[in-house]
Ligand binder design. Structure first.
Ligand SMILES: Cc1cc2nc3c(=O)[nH]c(=O)nc-3n(C[C@H](O)[C@H](O)[C@H](O)COP(=O)(O)OP(=O)(O)OC[C@H]3O[C@@H](n4cnc5c(N)ncnc54)[C@H](O)[C@@H]3O)c2cc1C
Length: 413
């Protein structure tokens, strides 16, 4: 015979959120907010699964001080009645509506009624580059950034040499540029000197940023004394440095790989259309067209964000995608109208080290500012705007998860 608790548990609808980054955290809180708005206290269970117990502010991982980049998930979830499972997702079966999670205590299966796949993206590591995984560093994950920082600190105890003092950043996109520009001060703090080189296969640096911003980036690299190599590919990395496709060998103990992102391979477990980055296509409710019980916000999914442009792998898009997915998952389960997400504004701010940054607006990336004001605006975004309320206060957390699109950040003079 079933006891009452077991009976209730069986009747409970399960919302399972995979990933506790920008998209996952805000999906879980968004779902809790919608239930709260509807004054629904029973009958739904929200569970968030994440590899570790932190909401990581991934956009700050190029910095040297990493402690502020992690916020404990439990502090954000438990006040809102969201269950947390620490573990790595190893299986998704959308026919059985089950997810398999591997944790320290073994494998377990979670059944879901609705699933939010918010497992994000990861650095693209081409197999064609010999020695890449063994001999390179990255700023893609907290563990990667921590490993890089302790390696940089360890250089201090090594004999002075060009090889020790040189850092090669591969990839001159946004992440590579921010990493290289900030590396100048990081090396100076640790070694008192250093040389930073940035290399890219494109014909010019910051090519994805458009011509206006690209020339600002070149100017910043020149001012910082960063050498840039364009139109090159890295063929091999070993403990003595990197060999380029023209045969040049750059002697360095520090190669930081930042060249490209791909959707988390968990997306391959879902049999549906994907773009060239491996992202699952969703509609503007963040819902898969052919599997309507599955929502995919953030870097793992994509859709036309303004009717013309596809969403970009960015926290700028992942956060609203998460808030709307959370709202819509509950609305979908209750047969209520869902909210379509459209984001009319697109901005980028690239940290150019020291007291410098470039702020662009629009998809053409017109430069609206390049100064310490842009730098302060970036700090405001990275250190405040994109953080969840760390008070851990339920009302504040739920209110912050409302399905609204924030206006573009104004310049902080
Ligand atoms: C150095 C750097 C700088 C950046 N700068 C900017 C910027 O200035 N502006 C901007 O908009 N974007 C920036 N980005 C991109 C931005 O960080 C990502 O687009 C954003 O984090 C995507 O959010 P997400 O929630 O989809 O994925 P993520 O933030 O990556 O979160 C995914 C979560 O899922 C978890 N997870 C993954 N796999 C599993 C699994 N198998 N099982 C359980 N959990 C799993 C991860 O641990 C993580 O918590 C930057 C990225 C980097 C690396």
């Amino acid at each position: 015979m079933l006891r009452t608790g077991e009976c209730d548990a069986m009747l409970e609808k399960n919302i399972v959120v995979l990933g506790g980054g920008f998209a996952g955290l805000w999906s879980a809180l968004g779902a809790a907010r919608k239930l709260d708005e509807l004054a629904i206290e029973n009958g739904f269970k929200i569970t968030l699964v994440n590899k570790d117990e932190f909401h990581t502010i991934r956009v700050r991982l190029y910095e040297s001080s990493l402690t502020p980049t992690r916020v404990p998930l439990q502090k954000l979830l438990s006040p809102c009645g969201i269950d947390f499972v620490k573990g790595g997702v190893i299986g998704v079966n959308t026919s059985q509506k089950q997810v398999t999670v591997r944790s320290e205590t073994g494998d377990s299966v979670l059944n879901y009624d609705c699933l939010v796949v918010a497992v994000g993206s990861q650095l693209f590591m081409p197999r064609s580059v010999k020695g890449l995984s063994e001999h390179s560093f990255n700023v893609d994950t907290f563990a990667g950034a921590e490993r890089l920082q302790s390696h940089l600190l360890s250089l201090r105890s090594k004999p002075d040499s060009n090889m020790r003092n040189t850092v090669l950043v591969v990839g001159a996109g946004l992440t590579g540029t921010e990493t290289a520009c900030n590396m100048v001060d990081r090396l100076r703090d640790i070694l008192g000197k250093g040389e930073v080189i940035i290399a890219d296969h494109s014909s010019h640096v910051g090519s994805s940023m458009g011509p206006e911003a690209s020339s600002v980036i070149v100017d910043a690299l020149n001012k910082l004394g960063i050498k840039y190599l364009t139109g090159i590919r890295v063929n091999e990395i070993d403990s003595s440095g990197a060999t380029l496709d023209d045969g040049t060998h750059i002697e360095t103990e520090t190669v930081i790989w930042t060249a490209g992102m791909r959707a988390n391979p968990i997306t391959t477990m879902i049999d549906s259309g994907k773009d060239s980055l491996g992202r699952l296509y969703v509609n503007d409710y963040l819902q898969m067209k052919d599997i309507p019980d599955v929502f995919v916000p953030g870097d793992a999914g994509t859709f036309l964000i303004d009717g013309t442009h596809y969403s970009v792998m960015s926290c700028q898009h992942a956060r609203p995608m998460g808030r709307f997915a959370g709202h819509n998952v509950v609305a979908h389960m209750l047969g209520l109208p869902m909210l379509a997400l459209q984001i009319p504004n697109y901005v980028t701010i690239v940290d150019l080290g020291a007291d410098d940054a470039v702020y662009t607006k629009g998809w053409e990336r017109h430069v609206i500012d390049r100064s310490s004001a842009a730098k302060r605006t970036n700090e405001e975004i990275n250190c405040h705007r994109i953080y969840p309320p760390i008070s851990g206060e339920r009302r504040e957390l739920l209110d912050a998860a409302a399905p609204v699109v924030q206006s573009a950040p104004s310049l902080k003079h």
